[in-house]
Structures are given as C-alpha cells and as structure tokens.
Design a protein around this ligand. Structure first.
Ligand SMILES: Nc1ncnc2c1ncn2[C@@H]1O[C@H](COP(=O)(O)OP(=O)(O)O)[C@@H](O)[C@H]1O
Ligand SMILES: CC(=O)OP(=O)(O)O
Ligand SMILES: [Mg+2]
Length: 407
C-alpha cells in the first residue's frame, strides 16, 4: 500500500442522523479506514470503525450528542490507528453536500461564500444541509489549513433539460423562489451509470441507463450517454419513489386537504410526508429486510406496502424508458437495490415486451461486485452495481486539490 505524501483524502458523508466516513489513499484509491456513526442525538448512538490494513474493527455505543461530537469521535478513532487528522499526508477533506441549488455544478473548495450558500439552501434540504454544514465547520476547526471540498448531490443533475427540470407553475413565481427540480443522489447516479457502462464493456457516451438508487432515500434517473436527462427527486428529496419514511409523489392538493380539512399545520404535514410516510407510514417498518420477513409470513399490511413501493418503481422504469427511447441497461444500487432480490425481480416482472427480464438464479447471487442479473437473451441488461459515493467524492476531491499540490 502506498503512502507517499499528501495523497490521502478523508471523506465525510453526513446524513440527518449518521456520518459515514472513509480515509483513502488516492495514489492507488485504496481504503485505509472506513466507519459509520449512527443514531446521532440518541442515547444509543453507535460508532463502528475499521482499520483496513490490520483488519481490526472497533465498535462503541453510547450517547453522541450531535454531528460535531460525532466528527470528533471519528478523529479520535483515526488517531488510534496512527491516521489522525494531524497527518501531513492528508491532502483534503471531501464532504457530501446534498443541496447545491443551481449555483454549484462541480466540486467546490469551501470558503465563506460557499458556506453561506449551503446555509441559504437549508429550507430545501432541511434533513441534510444542516448536518453537512456542521461536518464542514467541525473539520475546519480540526484542520484549518486543509482544503475542504464540497461535492454536491445536485451537481450531476444540472444537465437536465428545462423541460424536465421545470414544474408547470407560473414562471415568475417559480423563478422568484427558485422553484425547480434539482434532483439528488447525483454522486451515486454518476458513479453507477459509469460503472454500468464499464460492466457492459462500453464507453459511458455510448450507453443509456436507468439508475435506481434504492436506499433509505430513493431516486431514479435517466442517463443518456453519461448525462442526466431526468431524475425523480425534485425541489427537495421528497418527490418521486416511495422511500423508507418519505411519501414520494402525491397530488399537491393532499397538502391543502390535510391543512383545511384535517386541521394540520404546514410543519406537521412536512413531518408527516418526510418522516412518517413511505414504507414506515404504510406498515410501521422502513427496513426492507423486516418488510420481506413479514411478507414471507403472510402479513397483508407489509405486502401492500411492498406492492405500493414496487408499483411506483415500475412506473418510473416505464417513464424513463420513454424519456430515453433506447435503454441499454437498468442498474439497481444502494442498500435495497444491492441486497433485496425480491425488489429487483418484482420491479422488472412483466416488462418482457420492453426487453427487460431477470434471471432468478443470477438474481439470487449475493456479491459486492458489479454484476448482470438479466438472461443472455434479454435486449436490455439488468445490473446490480454497488454504489460507492465515498470513492467518487474522494476521486472528485483529489482531482480538484491534487491539481494544485502535484504539478
Ligand atoms: N440485506 C438486505 N435486504 C434488504 N434490504 C436491505 C438489506 N440491507 C440493507 N437493506 C436496506 O437498505 C437500507 C439502507 O440503504 P442505504 O443505501 O445504506 O441508505 P442510506 O444511505 O439512505 O442510509 C435499509 O433501510 C434497508 O431497508
Ligand atoms: C438526498 C437523500 O435523500 O439522501 P439520503 O438517501 O442519504 O437520505
Ligand atoms: Mg445513501
């Protein structure tokens, strides 16, 4: 493993209640340490840290108050392995930032103006941007001399045509409040669409891919020749697919109805749609493993939640098929997409006329490698592509700062 000077990048992926992190050596893109802090703000927060070279994992549980405390705990774990943030080999810290609006179309070195813009966008990413900001500010206090690079979920989607990005509402009102479709999970959609082309042995410019990023948050995208032409999330990460706790698409009049007839406040409806809807709202569970277990036991509530999830997914596959005209591959990724074979099978079932099919033996294989699950005869490839947002963030961060430090 190489350890030449300043080739290391620390990546922080701060979610609403978690921080995923990786320390990578970009001379060979190898991982030095990986970890996760979960349930931040609860009494039973959990930290899991792995030092790759020695293959040792430490786990710790107890209260971690907020994202600042979480990041400090991560810094301590890294220091125990001789990989502390004071290391001269660290070239930069790369941060996932969920909402970059229309301002940020590429990775950006953070300064005060960038921080102010990320803060201004909090109302359109209330679950995510505050955590991303705390991550950046804490990293700045730990290493004020290092470049902090923001890599935006929205950046990959800025190529969407206006016909896909605009809502059909009054243009002046939309422009005044910057109401348009931005899309999210872009780092994953970019990485997975490229990895799909690679699996097919083709250049990204030559393939059209439908990417289905199915994690706790979930989104679909239509990628033509390496550029995003449509995606299911909109102004905020609420639109589109059924998610763990978010409703995805609904008639906007549901909101007026709940306010006028149901007597709910806007904040209550916001919480309802973002945190108490989707799978958890439909059946009380947001983890697909638990839902499948219940379905296998004949639980009707879990079965209906699963069916609604699949129905929505199938509608987006059909919609993006029509948007793209020609589809070379459908790629499943993220926690559900990579692991839940029944979701993949059900989403593609009945789409043989579109050239889509899943081979049940290939679909049952468990692996952390990119793979095809469609039968040989199928016209459209169906693939499972493990996403790697952290590697993609590290690559983009290193490309930006490496240019300055390695001339
Ligand atoms: N073996 C599995 N089978 C089915 N679903 C799984 C499995 N492992 C993880 N998941 C699903 O993946 C989700 C988390 O996905 P992930 O991409 O890590 O989400 P996020 O980044 O939004 O936290 C879990 O909520 C769970 O539903
Ligand atoms: C944007 C978004 O939904 O992110 P996550 O899936 O990490 O919640
Ligand atoms: Mg995720």
């Amino acid at each position: 493993m190489s350890s030449s000077r300043d080739t290391r990048i620390l990546v922080l992926n701060s979610g609403s209640s978690s921080v995923k992190y990786q320390l990578l050596d970009m001379s060979d893109s190898s991982r030095l340490a990986v970890g996760l802090v979960e349930r931040i703000g609860e009494e039973t927060s959990r930290l899991k840290h792995t030092h790759v070279e020695s293959d040792t994992t430490r786990e710790w549980s107890g209260p971690i108050r907020d994202h600042e405390a979480a990041l400090k705990a991560v810094a301590e774990e890294l220091a125990k392995d001789g990989l502390g943030l004071d290391s001269p080999e660290l070239a930069a810290i790369g941060h996932r930032v969920v909402h970059g609006g229309q301002t940020f179309t590429a990775p950006t070195v953070v300064d005060d103006a960038v921080l102010a813009e990320i803060e201004r966008l909090i109302p359109v990413a209330p679950l995510h941007n505050p955590a991303n900001l705390t991550g950046i500010r804490t990293a700045q206090t730990l290493r004020p001399d290092l470049p902090q690079v923001a890599v935006f979920d929205t950046a990959f989607h800025t190529t969407m045509p206006e016909s896909a990005a605009r809502y059909a509402i009054d243009t002046a009102t939309a422009d005044a409040h910057r109401v348009r479709r931005y899309g999210f999970h872009g780092t994953s959609h970019a990485y997975v669409s490229r990895a799909t082309a690679k699996l097919l042995g083709k250049a990204p410019e030559d393939v059209n891919v439908i990417v289905l990023h199915l994690g706790n948050g979930a989104s679909a995208s239509a990628v033509r020749g390496g550029r995003c032409v449509d995606t299911s999330m909109g102004l905020t990460p609420l639109e589109g697919l059924v998610m763990g706790t978010r409703s995805g698409d609904l008639d906007p009049a549901v909101i007026f109805h709940l306010a006028r007839v149901g007597g709910m406040s806007i904040d209550e409806i916001d919480t309802l749609l973002n945190k108490k809807s989707g799978l958890i709202g439909l059946c009380g569970d947001n983890d697909m493993r638990e839902i499948r277990r219940r379905v296998d036991e004949g639980d009707e509530e879990a079965q209906l939640a699963f069916d609604i999830y699949i129905h929505r997914l199938k509608k987006y596959i059909g919609a993006y098929y029509a948007v793209l005209g020609r589809v070379d591959a459908v790629a499943f990724t993220a926690g559900v997409g990579e692991n839940a074979s029944p979701v993949r099978e059900a989403a593609v079932a009945g789409l043989e006329e579109l050239g889509l099919a899943v081979d049940s033996e290939l679909n049952a294989v468990r692996s952390d490698r990119p793979r095809l699950i469609s039968p040989e005869y199928a016209r459209v490839a169906v693939a499972v592509i493990p996403t790697d947002e952290e590697l993609e963030i590290a690559t983009q961060t290193y490309a930006l700062v490496g240019r300055n430090t390695h001339q």
